[in-house]
Design a protein around this ligand. Structure first.
Ligand SMILES: NC(=O)c1ccc[n+]([C@@H]2O[C@H](COP(=O)([O-])OP(=O)(O)OC[C@H]3O[C@@H](n4cnc5c(N)ncnc54)[C@H](O)[C@@H]3O)[C@@H](O)[C@H]2O)c1
Length: 384
């Protein structure tokens, strides 16, 4: 594999790929030759390119991992697809629906593997919950709700490409982490969101930039700072209507002190409720009306057979974010080994179709907010 964009999340792509054991990390492309060489040295990767086109042209690279800032997803993905290479792109796939649709259509036409790292799908208890709902154990789905809250942007001195609409997109928190929540809500419930009503807020309208783009979650540096007006939201609350008539709601924010990576999804049916929290990801809460509530541990002796391949340790041995990320990439490379045949794609693996859908959801939320909080339909155009 070759990786373009060696920043915060890139290290986790490289770790996960190395854990597969039979995939070589051949090259890294950075924003300059010097930065690529530094990162290649840090990650013990042999080749470094200052231009991603050179990495894509490298005949030894068969799979491109795209971990660049959002505005570079389109050019990197389109160049990789044009070269007939498999692409694993981080989320959000696209800055808007037009870009998302273009990448989805080009990927399907190229007949290569196309994957978006909605990595929370790789958690064993997420798959457990999904299976229980699909088998009818919750008695259908009446309500899907939760939140994705972080605090790393609470300090106005944190400024990165994420707050710059030209580089991050018109939306900030919704595209960055709301995309994960919506993907997870649809994936677990098995239902599609049909329409949304959104209320977006910018809690910190002026940030102070040091000129350098801070890595996500990185401590701020010192020095001179310039005030920058921020237009995109750092807090949002959304009401949801699902296709089957189920209702839902969620909030996202990145300026909420104390919330580190606080992603929670709960589904309520007629028979029971299921709740999964990312920060306690080895437990699944099962709520009941007529019996005591229960907490199911991530334990190979307890999970359903189809979930076993995501469980690597016995019960009580905590598995975490990086293990779920590995599970997703393991499925991605499983698909690649099968020549990316459409029928060989593991069902849970998110593709550019899901990346495009995510852009459609965010676009509907923006449309709803601009209309003053009116219901907006999700417009998702199928691939021809
Ligand atoms: N799946 C997840 O949970 C998750 C987590 C974090 C980030 N992400 C996504 O991953 C992407 C990167 O986020 P990040 O937090 O790692 O950002 P980052 O700013 O830490 O890293 C981006 C890297 O891209 C490099 N870059 C910039 N221009 C380049 C160019 N022309 N060619 C090659 N490299 C270039 C930057 O120098 C930097 O090293 C974003 O789309 C983000 O939404 C996903």
């Amino acid at each position: 594999m070759g990786l373009v964009g060696p920043g915060f999340v890139a290290a986790h792509h490289i770790d996960a790929v190395r854990r597969l054991g039979d995939v070589d990390v051949v090259a890294i492309a950075g924003s300059s030759q010097a930065s690529a060489e530094k990162k290649a040295k840090d990650y013990k990767v042999e080749r470094a390119y200052g231009d991603f086109h050179a990495l894509i042209a490298d005949p030894d690279v068969q799979v491109i991992h795209n971990t660049t800032p959002n505005y570079l997803h389109l050019p990197v993905v389109m160049a990789a697809l044009a070269a007939g290479k498999h692409v694993i792109s981080d989320k959000p796939l696209a800055m808007n629906t037009e870009e998302g649709r273009k990448m989805r259509d080009a990927a399907v036409a190229a007949k290569v593997a196309h994957v978006v790292t909605f990595n929370y799908r790789g958690n064993p208890l997420v798959q457990q919950a999904r299976g229980m709902i699909a088998r009818g154990e919750t008695g259908g789905v009446n309500f899907v709700h939760g939140s994705y809250l972080q605090d790393w942007m609470t300090d106005p001195n944190v400024y990165s490409w994420r707050s710059d609409p030209a580089k991050g997109g018109a939306t900030s928190a919704l595209g960055d982490i709301g995309s994960h929540w919506c993907d997870l809500a649809e994936h677990i419930s098995g239902l599609k969101i049909a329409s949304v009503l959104a209320d977006l807020t910018t809690v910190i309208p002026v940030r102070h930039s040091s000129g350098a783009s801070a890595e996500a979650f990185a401590a701020k540096g010192g020095g001179e700072r310039t005030p920058v007006k921020v237009e995109s939201e750092d807090l949002a609350s959304i009401l949801l209507r699902f296709e089957n008539g189920a209702k839902g709601c969620f909030s996202v924010g990145q300026v909420l002190p104390g919330h580190k990576n606080d992603l929670q999804v709960e589904v309520n049916g007629a028979a029971c409720s299921l709740k999964w929290k990312q920060e306690q990801q080895n437990e699944l809460w099962i709520g009941r009306h007529n019996q005591p509530n229960a907490v199911m541990a991530k334990d190979p002796s307890l999970v359903s057979p189809e979930v076993l391949r995501y469980v690597h340790l016995p019960g009580g041995h905590q598995e975490a974010w990086a293990d779920a990320f590995f599970n997703l990439l393991s499925d991605a490379y499983g698909w690649i080994r099968e020549g990316a045949a459409p029928g060989a794609k593991p069902e849970m693996l998110p593709t550019f179709e899901d990346g495009y859908r995510s852009a459609c959801l965010v676009e509907a939320m923006m449309r709803s907010h601009v209309a003053g909080g009116a219901w907006a339909e999700v417009k998702h155009v199928a691939n021809k």
